[in-house]
Write a new protein. Structure first.
Length: 74
């Protein structure tokens, strides 16, 4: 699950860096560049939710299996 969160964070950082450089290089379109960047950031988060939910479910299943296995040994 941590890997999925890292992917989302890296995507957000990359979008911010690209938008910052683009806004710096073309000042007349700064507002439009940041608007597109914010939409891209929302898309990065939205696309990361599915894999994050699957990873969370898989981690919960793994923990459940190990905890139930430990109870059977006692």
């Amino acid at each position: 699950m941590l890997v999925e969160v890292i992917h989302i964070v890296v995507g957000l950082i990359a979008a911010w860096i690209i938008a910052s450089l683009a806004a710096w290089s073309y000042r007349r379109a700064t507002h439009d560049i940041w608007l597109v960047a914010y939409v891209a950031m929302v898309a990065v988060v939205a696309m990361g939710i599915g894999p994050l939910r699957r990873a969370y479910a898989q981690d919960r299943e793994t923990l459940r299996r190990f905890s139930s296995k430990g109870r059977q040994d006692d």
